[in-house]
Design a protein around this ligand. Structure first.
Ligand code: CDT
Length: 309
């Protein structure tokens, strides 16, 4: 057994006016709780330090940049890194990253138990749109504020296992898991901010949204025989509701732990990384069973092209 005890640290809503220091204090409270419960690793949501700002339409670059971090750790997040190091707990969380040469990404990091950053991922599948869309009930402007990630889907040797990350909408795309699966990933960590209604389909509510969320995670976990840790930012942010649904999914595709609220809430599960072996060595032994000679369209074509009549 190679057991990694994981805390999935859901955050309740963060209002637009709430500062990073307040949020970091909430994250430290969850981290303390996780350490007391024996966690080796605590995973926090996408864009964990602020409200989900891509719902707001902005045109002033200086205003936009107030939502971004130009270094990590920085003054606001140093107390979180310091506490994680003191407790000997690894952490993963998402934030809006501005690089020294001015690029903007939706990013997640993973630290080791000494608080050193050992992995960085930049979100590849950016949902939504780039211009104000009056037809939508509310805006989702990730394509306006972020560039698609430029780091691929790396997998790292860390915490005694093979660890990978993706972010929110990435979880809906099978390619995300398969590219990590081909590197032997044993645990995928991801944060999400998912509105509880579809801005383009008013009758698609929270039940359907939670169903599609879990369907994607459970399929990705099963088909690649990997743990998946999916962590929400949930609840009502300035009148915009985000669904909860923080879950830990085992390599058999089963949900083994789940939050019950839409507030700050920690769930903990002992994840045996060796439990990934059975699936990887049998039905999903890629080397024996994959037929790449028939998969060319997956990387040569983006949109749908029906066969000619
Ligand atoms: N943050 C994020 O990626 N949210 C999306 C909402 C899609 S609606 C434009 C998600 O896939 O959950």
């Amino acid at each position: 057994m190679r057991t990694l005890t994981v805390g999935a640290a859901q955050l309740g809503p963060i209002q637009k006016a709430e500062g990073r220091q307040e949020v970091v204090a909430r994250m430290i409270a969850l981290l303390d709780d996780a350490a007391a419960k024996g966690c080796d690793l605590v995973v926090f949501p996408e864009l964990a330090l602020t409200t989900f700002f891509p719902r707001w339409y902005m045109t002033d670059p200086a205003e936009i940049d107030t939502w971004f971090e130009s270094e990590m750790p920085n003054a606001a997040t140093k107390p979180l890194f310091d506490r994680a190091r003191e407790l000997g707990v690894a952490i993963s969380f998402g934030y809006a990253e501005k690089t020294p040469d001015g690029h903007h990404f939706n990013t997640s990091i993973l630290t080791d138990k000494a608080g050193a950053i050992v992995g960085k991922y930049r979100k590849i599948h950016l949902p939504g749109h780039s211009e104000f869309d009056e037809k939508r009930a509310f805006q989702h402007l990730e394509k306006r504020y972020f560039e698609p990630g430029d780091l691929g889907f790396p997998v790292w040797h860390a915490l005694g296992g093979l660890m990978g990350m993706c972010i929110c909408n990435d979880r809906r795309w099978p390619e995300t898991y398969r590219v990590m699966g081909l590197q032997g990933v044993e645990m995928v960590m991801l944060g999400f901010n998912t509105p509880s209604v579809n801005s383009q389909k008013s009758d698609e509510g929270i039940e359907d949204r939670l169903f599609h969320h879990k369907l994607s995670l459970q399929a990705g976990a099963y088909q690649n025989s990997t743990w998946v840790i999916a962590v929400a930012k949930a609840g009502d942010e300035d009148g915009h509701h985000l669904m909860g649904g923080t879950v830990i999914v085992d390599p058999d595709g089963k949900v083994v732990a789940e939050t019950k609220t839409e507030g700050d809430e920690l769930i903990v599960h002992p994840c045996d990384l060796d439990a990934t072996r059975f699936g990887k060595e049998t039905i999903f032994d890629f080397k024996r069973h994959r037929r790449i000679e028939h998969y060319g369209l997956i990387t040569s074509q983006t949109g749908v092209e029906p066969p000619s009549v």
